[in-house]
Design a protein around this ligand. Structure first.
Ligand code: NIG
Ligand code: FE
Length: 388
C-alpha cells in the first residue's frame, strides 16, 4: 500500500469533535493517506514521512461532500417548466410525470450516460458520496432498471416507486398503485436498493399509503427515508419519526411538534435549499432546527423539476445567506450531516481510518465556500485516496 502526504494545507477540516470546535479545524496542517484511507492528520511540522508528497500551497482541504438526496436517473429536462415558474406558475408534484414519460422512453445507455455526467459534475465540485433515487420509472421494469443503473455509481440507492401515481393508474383507486409498489415492484427492486422513500404530499401519497410503503420496504430489509413537508405542513415528518426513518428531507414547513419529534428521535432533517431557490419558495428554517438540537444534513436534491443543481457549495452558500447557519454549521451539515443521514461512519470526516474522500479548495479556508458564491473553488477531489 502506498502512502501520500498532502502538506502545506492552510486549513484542514477534520470534523473530529475531539479537537474542540465543530469542524475540528487544523491550521497549517498535513494529511497522510494510505491506500484508500486517512492514516494521519495534524500540524504540518509534525507530519510523518510518506512515499509521495504534494505541497498544496496553503489551500484548504475539507471532507468530500456527502450529498444525501439526489434524483439522477432520468431523461430530458424541464427548462420550460422552470421558465414558467419564474413568471408565476407554481411548482406542483404533477411535473414529475413529464420526466417519467421521457425516462420510460430512454435506452439504458442514455440513462447511464446521464447519471455518469451528473456524478462527474458532482465530483468536480467536491462531492464524494451521493445517494441516488429511482422514481421516474414507476413500472416494475423501469424502477428495477433505474436502481440497477444507480448501483453502478453508488451504494446509496433508494427505491422511490412512490414518487407519484403514474398516469396509467390515474383512474384507479390509489390503493391499486400502492399494492404494486409494496408488492411486485418492491420484490423486483429490493436487491438493488438500500433505502425506501415516499413523497408524502398532497398530489403524491398520503400518510396511510406512505406508512404501508415504508413498512413494506422495511420488512424487505430496506431502511426508510421520507420526502416530508416540502410544499406545506403535513404528516411526513411525524411519520418518518414513527417508523424510525434515517431522514426526513425537505422540512420546509414544520410545526413545533415536528421540530420536537425530530429532536427527540434523532431523525436527520435533510434541507435542500436549491429547491427553494429554483421554486422561489421560502427557505426551511435551519436555525430553528439546529437550535432545537436536530441533526441537519444539506443536500442538493438534484432533479430535473424542483431544482436542477448538483452543487453542494451552492447549498452551503444558501444555507448561510438565507437559512442563518454559520459557515461552519453549513459545511458540517454538507459533510458529517450527510453521513449521518446515510448512517455512514466511514465518510464525512477526515480522521485516521476514514475513507480518504476530500476536496482541495483554491482558497485559504472553507469560509470561502459561502463568501465566494458561484465560484468553482474545488480544484481537486480525492475519492478513496485517488484523485478523480
Ligand atoms: O424532491 N418532491 C418530490 N420529488 C422531487 C421533485 C421531482 C420533480 O419535480 O421531478 C423533489 O423535489
Ligand atoms: Fe427529492
Amino acid at each position: 500500500m502506498t502512502s501520500l502526504l498532502l502538506t502545506n494545507i492552510g486549513s484542514l477540516v477534520t470534523n473530529d469533535p475531539a479537537r474542540g470546535d465543530l469542524l475540528g479545524e487544523i491550521r497549517d496542517a498535513a494529511l497522510v493517506m494510505e491506500g484508500s484511507r486517512v492514516a494521519w492528520v495534524g500540524p504540518r511540522t509534525e507530519a510523518p514521512a510518506a512515499d509521495g508528497a504534494v505541497d498544496l500551497g496553503g489551500r484548504a482541504v475539507i471532507p468530500g461532500f456527502v450529498d444525501s438526496h439526489a434524483h439522477l436517473v432520468f431523461a430530458g429536462d424541464r427548462a420550460e417548466e422552470f421558465a414558467a415558474r419564474m413568471t408565476g406558475t407554481p411548482y406542483s408534484a404533477g411535473g414529475i410525470r413529464t420526466t417519467v414519460a421521457a425516462t420510460r422512453q430512454a435506452t439504458d445507455e442514455v440513462l447511464t450516460a446521464n447519471v455518469g455526467r451528473l456524478v462527474t459534475e458532482m465530483r468536480r465540485q467536491g462531492t464524494t458520496t451521493v445517494e441516488i433515487k429511482s422514481g421516474y420509472g414507476l413500472t416494475v421494469a423501469d424502477e428495477a432498471r433505474a436502481l440497477r443503473i444507480a448501483g453502478q455509481f453508488t451504494d446509496e440507492t433508494t427505491y422511490l416507486g412512490a414518487h407519484v401515481v403514474p398516469p396509467e393508474y390515474a383512474d384507479d383507486p390509489a390503493a391499486d398503485y400502492v399494492s404494486l409498489v409494496t408488492g411486485p415492484m418492491l420484490d423486483a427492486v429490493a436487491e438493488h436498493a438500500r433505502w425506501v422513500d415516499v413523497f408524502v404530499e398532497r398530489g403524491a401519497f398520503d400518510e396511510d399509503q406512505a406508512r404501508a410503503i415504508l413498512t413494506a420496504g422495511q420488512a424487505k430489509g430496506l431502511v426508510a427515508r421520507v420526502h416530508a413537508n416540502q410544499l406545506g405542513e403535513g404528516p411526513g415528518v411525524q411519520l418518518a419519526c414513527e417508523v424510525g426513518a434515517a431522514a426526513a428531507d425537505h422540512c420546509t414547513y414544520l410545526t413545533d411538534a415536528d421540530v420536537d419529534a425530530l429532536a427527540s428521535t434523532g431523525v436527520v432533517a435533510g434541507l435542500l435549499p436549491a429547491v427553494e431557490f429554483s421554486t422561489r419558495s421560502p427557505y426551511p428554517d435551519a436555525r430553528r432546527l439546529v437550535d432545537a438540537g436536530v441533526t441537519v444534513a444539506l443536500a442538493t436534491d438534484c432533479n430535473p423539476g424542483s431544482g436542477y443543481s448538483s452543487s453542494m457549495p451552492l447549498c452551503i452558500a444558501l444555507a448561510v445567506r438565507e437559512m442563518h447557519l454559520t459557515p461552519a454549521e453549513a459545511l458540517w451539515s454538507a459533510t458529517a450531516g450527510g453521513a449521518a443521514s446515510l448512517r455512514r461512519t466511514d465518510v464525512g470526516h477526515l480522521t485516521p481510518g476514514a475513507r480518504a474522500d476530500l476536496a482541495v479548495l483554491d482558497a485559504p479556508s472553507y469560509l470561502h465556500l459561502a463568501y465566494r458564491p458561484g465560484v468553482p473553488l474545488t480544484t481537486q477531489t480525492f475519492l478513496a485516496g485517488r484523485p478523480v
